[in-house]
Write a protein that binds this ligand. Structure first.
Ligand SMILES: [Zn+2]
Length: 75
């Protein structure tokens, strides 16, 4: 899945065996971009933070992304 698919702002692709690992890779990348003050990623993170203020919405988002991940063909 790409950074953008996971709530980020670029097309960097992450490869992992589990959704949790994928989410973690995305998080590490997000922190990296945050340190570089990448504006597109900062905007994307702001949106995610707004989402996180509503636990139900965050949970729904997470489940939706997990389904997207599960639907991906193994490579
Ligand atoms: Zn990115």
């Amino acid at each position: 899945m790409t950074c953008r698919q996971l709530g980020g702002a670029c097309d960097l692709a992450f490869h992992a065996e589990t959704f949790e690992k994928m989410a973690n890779l995305s998080k590490v990348h997000g922190q990296d971009m945050f340190q570089k003050s990448d504006q597109a990623h900062l905007d994307a993170m702001n949106k995610m933070q707004t989402l996180m203020q509503t636990p139900d919405a965050m949970q729904a988002w997470f489940e939706e992304k997990r389904k997207e991940f599960d639907a991906l063909p193994e490579d």
